[in-house]
Design a protein around this ligand. Structure first.
Ligand code: MG
Length: 225
């Protein structure tokens, strides 16, 4: 039986965060530095949290910003946004995909995201889907995105004691950056147009598979046959 590893991005792929991350970042920035809209014009999709925050600090001339302090405040604000504000919504097909028990192969799910781990777990908590992702690669430190995915693969192998073959590893995401990770690491990529990029834009980056959304779960599972 084949062992298949799926590495999932979060925002725009598993969930539509409804902007809770951006609002929490803006609020944390204001609390710590007294600056409003600190993340205005800062691109977030597909990027690492550590780099997003550094970028905002540079643009606003915050010279002595501490990432650890910032992330502590961010997680407090994020929790508040999720409890009281607009909650992240789970995207079509995701629940079914995560719950499906396959007979012809075994599926293992891990996270591969630019979110810091605590933020990632908070965003997934309203839908109780953290339990499907025992480990992952996260954006706590300044790294390249492909290194996060590499880290997710290593963590998965450690956790499952399975040495996944490259042809059975898939990175899943909503941005060209996710697709690029697949090419850099020599693994497969599955792109989905439920986030910041449409089908036409994603096609240009030549993912191995492309979906408008994962609502048609039978088509999704066809990939692994
Ligand atoms: Mg994303």
């Amino acid at each position: 039986m084949k062992d298949i590893l799926l590495i999932w991005d979060i925002d725009g792929t598993l969930i539509d965060s409804k902007g809770c991350g951006r609002r929490a970042m803006d609020r944390a920035f204001y609390k710590l530095f007294g600056i409003e809209n600190g993340f205005k014009d800062v691109k977030m999709a597909g990027r690492l949290d550590a780099l997003i925050v550094k970028d905002a600090m540079d643009r606003n001339n915050v010279a002595d910003g501490d990432l650890i302090l910032f992330f502590n405040m961010y997680c407090q604000m994020l929790e508040d946004e999720i409890v009281r504000g607009r909650k992240p919504e789970i995207l079509p097909g995701i629940k079914e995909i995560l719950e499906r028990r396959e007979i012809c192969y075994r599926l293992y799910h891990v996270l591969g995201t630019g979110n810091i781990e605590q933020g990632a777990r908070l965003k997934l908590s309203p839908h109780n889907i953290n339990r499907y992702f025992p480990v992952g690669g996260f954006g706590d430190e300044e790294k390249e995105r492909w290194q996060i995915i590499q880290h997710a693969i290593e963590k998965a192998q450690e956790y499952t004691k399975i040495n996944f073959k490259k042809e059975n590893i898939y990175v899943i995401g909503d941005t060209p950056l996710d697709i690029q990770c697949g090419k850099i690491l020599g693994i497969k990529s599955i792109a989905v147009a439920t986030g910041s990029h449409n089908m036409e834009e994603l096609t240009r980056y030549q993912p191995d598979y492309l979906f408008p959304n994962f609502g048609d779960t039978d088509r999704f599972f066809e990939i692994f046959r």
